[in-house]
Design a protein around this ligand. Structure first.
Ligand code: NAD
Ligand code: DAU
Length: 358
């Protein structure tokens, strides 16, 4: 039986972050009767405002807490009678992992282990129900870097993580896989390409460029700007994850991507042109004048590309958004929601910015 036909009580970790909060909105819209618990430590990247409009719902709870807190997780699973865990909580930014990797090991490895171990014991205590799921949300970065003419990553591409971030995500993926193979815990892993859309924290490429264009600040392109990323609108990622929860097979991995490979310099140029068109009174116009090549990221992966054939053929998921349409929507969102991003350019953020960009 598909999980979509059953009553759902879902624990969403990291639900105040970028993808997590988009997923919380998506899920609440799709399943208004579902019992939804969001657990988030509200690190610099977590923002309760992202899901504030949902907090009045009767069957919705926000818990501020850490995924490394075993007692808290044990209690939550039991008291809320959870049957689905959707695990987004992570330290997610490569540049921060290069400056200080500790938190990445703590949250991504130890935190995921804590959740898995708690879920295993909870699921055992319920006599191992067949319809429970532990969705581990991961990244294409675990597969390493591709050369220009290499085929795209498939689910059987060997892991070769190159940054502390991707190494910590690889470690968490291996744990999720091992919990299925050793204990039969119904884990499913998804590896997705670069997302973009609303609620994306300003440190990441697309929001950083949009905000700097609006502020008339330089647009820092790392290295020669020829690195390639495979972009997917966050709403499409959310619909893929819903599909995997409902129809995915425990023990399986699904790659998620939109088949939209773009060179960084081309993406930044598109953003500049769209901003020239959509934003009134830009301080510097054309915005392309702000493009500045800066020192490369250490260990910078050259190219990512996802082969999403498996999820398309086995589960029938296909992305809906084009890059042009998705970028327009995203830019308009940053124009309409300056009250959301302005406070995020805090003292802490300025210090981080100084460390990375000098
Ligand atoms: P994000 O950094 O925007 O959000 C992470 C959230 O996790 C924040 O709300 C933060 O407060 C919370 N968090 C961090 N440490 C925690 C802890 N110890 N306990 C509880 N909560 C904690 O990240 P994102 O971009 O939304 O990514 C979400 C997930 O998707 C991550 O696992 C990431 O690896 C994966 N992913 C991201 C992308 C992307 O393009 N952003 C692509 C593929 C996969
Ligand atoms: O591939 C999925 C991954 O995508 C996720 O797992 C990560 O959580 C997410 O942060 C993202 O990682 P990237 O390193 O690819 O994303 P980021 O937005 O940091 O950078 C995208 C590309 O742009 C990358 O090649 C580095 C480059 N870049 C980035 C920044 C912030 C620049 O040239 N200048 C910048 O200022």
């Amino acid at each position: 039986m598909l999980l979509s036909e059953e009553k759902k009580s879902i624990l969403i970790t990291g639900g105040a972050g970028f993808i997590g909060s988009n997923f919380v909105h998506h899920w609440c819209y799709q399943y208004p009767d579902s019992h939804v618990i969001v657990l988030d430590a509200l690190t610099y990247a977590g923002n309760r405002q992202n899901i504030a409009s949902l907090e009045d719902r009767e069957n919705f709870k926000f818990i501020e807490g850490n995924i490394c807190d075993r007692q808290l997780i044990d209690n939550l699973l039991k008291e809320e009678n959870i049957n689905i865990v959707a695990h987004f909580a992570a330290e997610s930014h490569v540049d921060r992992s290069i400056i200080s990797p500790d938190a990445f090991i703590q949250t991504n490895v130890i935190g995921t282990f804590t959740l898995l171990e708690s879920f295993r014991q909870y699921w055992n205590s319920k006599d191992k129900p067949k319809n429970y799921r532990f969705l581990h949300v991961s990244t294409d970065e675990v597969y390493g870097s591709l050369e220009a003419d290499d085929p795209a990553f498939t689910e059987t591409t060997p892991y070769a993580p190159n940054s502390p971030y991707s190494a910590s995500k690889a470690g968490s993926d291996h744990l999720a896989r091992a919990y299925y193979h050793t204990y039969n815990v119904p884990t499913i892993i998804t590896n997705c390409s670069n997302n973009y859309g609303p609620y994306h924290f300003p440190e990441k490429l697309i929001p950083l460029m949009c905000i700097n264009i609006l502020l008339g600040k330089p647009l820092p392109v790392y290295g020669d700007g020829q690195n390639i990323r495979d972009w997917l609108y966050v709403g499409d990622h959310c619909s893929a994850l819903e599909t995997v929860i409902n129809q995915g097979k425990p023990g399986e991995t699904y790659n998620i991507g939109g088949n939209n490979e773009v060179k960084n310099i081309d993406l930044v140029t598109i953003l500049c042109d769209l901003m020239d068109e959509l934003a009134p009174n830009l301080p510097v116009k054309p915005a392309q004048k702000l493009i500045t090549f800066v020192k490369d990221r250490a260990g910078h992966d050259r190219r990512y590309a996802i082969d999403a054939t498996k999820i398309k053929t086995e589960l029938g998921w296909i992305p809906q958004e084009t890059v042009e349409g998705g970028l327009r929507k995203t830019i308009q969102w940053y124009l309409d929601n300056q009250d959301w991003w302005q406070p995020l350019l805090s003292q802490e953020y300025q210090e981080y910015y100084q460390k990375v960009y000098g």
